[in-house]
Ligand binder design. Structure first.
Ligand code: ZN
Length: 276
């Protein structure tokens, strides 16, 4: 069975690492996906030992850090900045036993001018480079295609082709309900059932409003079951391949950012449990 996870994007405007950890433990979440920017804020007034001792004494465990963004087609100076953040993530991950890092393709206006071959070649190169850096820390990369066309990798099929071309056991896929839906309204749900179990690392659960592609965006995410994504079918598909790890609630909805984090975290657990 899938296990309940919480992604810190969901309450990121009113909450912080300490609050998310306390509330997710209270409401029975199994895993948390910590955000790198929120971890940096946390370490301004807390130590790594405090984080280690929290996890040692709690049911909830860390699962994946979010996220290393814009990994493709970087200038050398942008790549150096990305590597600094990535190494901070790897060191922290190793210290608290967090197995995965989410890595995201590049979003930029000129990405629509890149063909799939160029995106594949660049992605294979940068994913190998990042995986080499992460390896000594025991951290694996979970590559997440983002469904909107402005991201250079925007379908599960394209991401899987890249991951297969990389061909290493420490680089796999993130399936996210809205990123799957944003590509073609989930027309090929059967594709999810063909993902090899060993390549499926992270599953993000969410739903969205009924809006046309091109208008629909991440701010339109809603609680699972409140929108138009066939969430049950997506959950069934990832479980059909044998995946039984995290279903992580990941929302970027401004309306929820204004709510009390405790309400969002409590309601979120109830909404997710309808599906597993
Ligand atoms: Zn996601």
């Amino acid at each position: 069975m899938l296990k309940l996870g919480f992604n810190e994007a969901t309450c990121m405007k009113k909450s912080n690492v300490e609050t998310d950890l306390r509330l997710c433990e209270k409401y029975g979440y199994d895993y948390i996906e910590l955000r790198l920017d929120m971890l940096k804020d946390y370490f301004a007034s807390h130590s790594i030992q405090e984080l280690q001792s929290f996890f040692a004494g709690s049911h909830i465990k860390p699962f994946a850090f979010n996220s290393i963004e814009n990994i493709n087609f970087n200038t050398p100076s942008d790549w150096e900045k990305l590597l600094d953040l990535f190494k901070f993530g790897c060191e922290t991950a190793q210290a608290i036993g967090n197995p995965y890092m989410i890595v995201v393709p590049t979003v930029r206006d000129d990405m629509v001018t890149k063909n799939e071959k160029e995106v594949l070649e660049d992605s294979v190169k940068v994913l190998n480079e990042l995986a080499d850096v992460a390896k000594p820390y025991g951290v694996k990369l979970s590559f997440e295609p983002i469904g909107n066309r402005r991201w250079c990798c925007n379908s599960m099929r394209q991401a899987m082709e890249i991951i297969q071309a990389v061909g290493r056991d420490d680089v796999g896929l993130t399936v996210d309900c809205i990123n799957f839906y944003l590509h073609d309204k989930g027309a090929d749900i059967g594709y999810l059932r063909k993902i090899p179990k060993e390549k499926l690392f992270v599953f993000h659960i969410n739903d969205c409003e009924d809006l046309p592609l091109g208008i629909l965006d991440h701010c339109h995410r809603v609680f699972p079951g409140d929108g138009v994504i066939p969430v049950q079918e997506v959950c069934d598909a990832v479980q059909a391949v044998g995946y039984d790890e995290i279903a992580s609630l990941e929302l970027f909805r401004p309306e929820y950012w204004e709510m009390e984090p405790e309400d969002v975290i409590r309601i979120g657990a109830e909404k997710c449990h309808q599906f597993f």
